[in-house]
Each structure stands twice: as structure tokens, then as C-alpha cells.
Design a protein around this ligand. Sequence first.
Ligand code: ADP
Ligand code: TYD
Length: 198
Amino acid sequence: MKRRLFIVFEGIDGSGKSTQCDLLFGHVVSIGLTAVRLAEPTDGVWGRRIRNMLKENEMAPAEEQLRLFLLDRKDDAEKNIIPALNGDAIVIMDRYYYSNAAYQGAAGILPERIIAENRKMRFPEPDRVYFIDVPPEVAIWRVSGRMSKGKEVFEKESFLRKVREIFLSLADERFIVIDGTRDIGEIFEIIKRDFEKL
Ligand code: ADP
Ligand code: TYD
């Protein structure tokens, strides 16, 4: 069975969005719908370059970050997102251009300008954005195991506080803000109920 829908998950690092992406993807496939699960940064050339930079403690200047994430998204849209939507699949994305506005916004660029640059590229617009909202200290605690391998540039509390504020300021009619401090199962029930309405 096919149904075209574009669903995006957003949140700060450690908010639990990948966990919820996996749950929704599993659910959608189990009810017989065609779905594709994607993530940005991607594992393509630009995404790999970004991930290498994130592991080091020196991130490129904000304008260069914006340029790289836009290139990665352009590649993702052309190779993955648009073909999947044209094939009437449900696309479930772990991060999209709202992350661009929130993270590179927190790094110093005006979020409105980042949104405008993304719109100029005519990337597909999502039908729904689930924003998993957690206080930065909770998110950092959750990924502290992961961080023992080295704290990524963006995983600092004061930075994530700014990122969260920008995310919340971007909320429009397709945004659903979900309290990410609840149990994994409770959060998924909220998402599943909303998804079924869509
Ligand atoms: P993100 O993709 O937002 O960085 P993850 O989904 O990878 O976050 O989750 C980060 C960590 O927190 C994982 O260890 C995950 O099992 C855990 N986690 C996810 N959701 C919750 C939740 N609602 N409550 C407690 N722990 C959670
Ligand atoms: P991701 O692998 O999703 O990290 P996590 O699983 O910790 O949430 O993303 C890596 C980092 O890339 C994350 O800190 C957010 C950042 N990012 C941007 O700064 N701009 C963007 O446009 C995107 C998509 C991600």
C-alpha cells in the first residue's frame, strides 16, 4: 500500500528523536505501507565531511557550516527524498532544515536567513515535524556514554540551550512539540495517534 507523506523529527542531540524515528518506521512498515528512513547529515560525500568535522573539536566557521549542510541537503533531496516521495513512499527523516536554522543559528547566523536559503533551494516541505523537546541537561546526560568517545562540537549545554530556543521559535502549524522527558512508549503513542490522523 502506498501513501505519500513527508515526516520530519527534530530535537537537540540526545532528545530521543532517532529512537522515535525507528519506532515510527517499524510501525509504518508493519501496517504494510512503503516507507524510507533517512537522516541528515547523510552518509554521502558532504555528510561524511561534516561528520569528520564534528568529531574534531574545531568546527568550520558558521557560514562554511551552512554551505556544507546545504550541499548535503541538496544531494539528499535529489538522490533520496524526491525520488521516494515521487514513488509515493512515506519518508521519515531524522533532522532536516530546521536543524540547519537552529544549529547554525546558534552558531551566529540569523535563523530567518537560513530558512530563506533553504526555501530558495526548493527542498520538499514536510507534512509534519515532530519536535522532541528535552532540557539540554537531560539530553547531555542521555548521550554521556556516547560522549566518552569524545564530545562533539555541538553537544555543549550552553550551545544546546540556544539551539532549543531557536527550534521552539520556529514552530509553525506543522510542528508538534512533544515532551521528550516522558517514557519512550508514551512519546511514541502520541506520535502514532497523530500520524494515524495524517
Ligand atoms: P537523538 O537521536 O535525539 O540524539 P537517541 O534516540 O539516539 O537521541 O537517544 C539518545 C539516548 O537516550 C539513547 O540511549 C536512547 O536509548 C535514550 N532515550 C531515547 N528516548 C528516551 C526517553 N524518552 N527516555 C529516556 N531515554 C531515552
Ligand atoms: P546527528 O547525527 O543527527 O546527531 P545526534 O544523533 O546527536 O542528534 O547530527 C549531527 C549533528 O549535526 C547534530 O549535532 C546537529 C548537527 N546539524 C547541524 O548543525 N545542521 C544541520 O543542518 C543538520 C541537519 C544537523
